[in-house]
Design a binder for this molecule. Sequence first.
Ligand SMILES: [Zn+2]
Length: 467
Amino acid sequence: MRFLIALTAAFIQLSATAAVWGQIEDRMARVAGDALYWHMDNGRSRLAFEAMPKGGDIHTHLRGAIYAETWLEWAAEDGLCAGMSRAALVFREEATCEDSGWVDAAAAQADESMRVQLINGLSTRSYVPTNGWSGHNQFFGTFGRISAKPERLGDQLAAVAERAGKQNILYLELMETIILPELFPLIAGVNMTGNVDDDYQTLMNGKFGAALGELTQKIQLQIANARKKKNELLDCETDTPKAGCDVKIRFLHQVVREFEPAMVYAQIILGWSAMEKAPDIVGLNLVAPEDGFRALRDYSLHMRMIDHLYTTRGPQNISLHAGELTLGLVRPKQLKFHMREAIEIGHAKLIGHGVAITYEDNSEQLLKKMVEDDILVEINLTSNAVILGVEGSDHPLAVYRDLDVPYTISTDDEGVSRIDLTHEYIRLAKTYRVPYFELRHVSRNSLTYSFLDGESLWSSDDCQADL
Ligand SMILES: [Zn+2]
């Protein structure tokens, strides 16, 4: 494929004029597309799609992007324990791990049976749905089984950056919750009324408001330290930098929505401060299962909290998990409004998943609105298959494609799902036989719709011909 592209590019250099440029571009795309699909149909998907420029991954949770083996390695190095009854990594509580009924993580790592149990417990590897334990349970259950020292944030960055660099990925927009336990004592005893204006004042006039500046600085410091460590681990300042040093990284402030309203609101306010002060934090997203008790009960309240900050403190970039639901997982009435509220009240420019679009009230109008307002949907194929059981022709991707809703492909939690972005592109191409020009757009959309500053690269005059 590379040879064919190089040959065509050389031909273009010799003969390109404005008049023939379009024809040559078409021909080159056709050749590249044919070559790509030939590779796919002949056992070479990985080779072709790994090399293909994939822009960015803009729906990726840093914690979910780390593979289980890596968590285990860090736990072993840092003296953590492994609780084998639930296959979890835990911080040492007694003098020895055994005193708590656990084993040293290092010992568990060296024991093949325990190692296998932990890797499977911290991911969806080898998982088969059983009665009472769905893919959804297994997937989200992994997050409660991971423990790592905060200093490992830089190691996490290095791991994902290097993996991205090796796949020709230029940019990562990572979701991460950097400050969380520190907030509990600051909101203890604070009563919320459901009036987002009053509740904002209550939080800001209390201990939380007093600590907000310091917490924001702490986020900035932790990111700066993590970047420094990532650069050291990848030898970025040396003459032989590893893959990943060139991968640009930004963060989305990740709000865990399965808490009581004061805690969610405090996280959103902290996110606003972080977005205002820290250039590294380019947006905000709400996470945790959308079908959780509080996530469902307070969904509209969360949207109003975001709206209050948006309208009183000024617009910021909002990306929201919305429509990561399907019939059977929740009651039908809960499938009808999440995406609309995310867009119309929560100011979301990016929608994560959007699987429930066809269940939404007046969904065709909503789809048109997404096109008119240029709202992109982030499609996470493997995640949707594992968590929701929605895949292939059951997935609404065809609807988005038919109506020209902008979309891109992302990984969601590549470590938990044991995939990477290349895998998702292959899945997209194989399942839906997406034409080459569209694959290019999927890749470009991940940069165009990212929250990086500036206009899309492809809006410049030079690139207009290359659309
Ligand atoms: Zn997600």
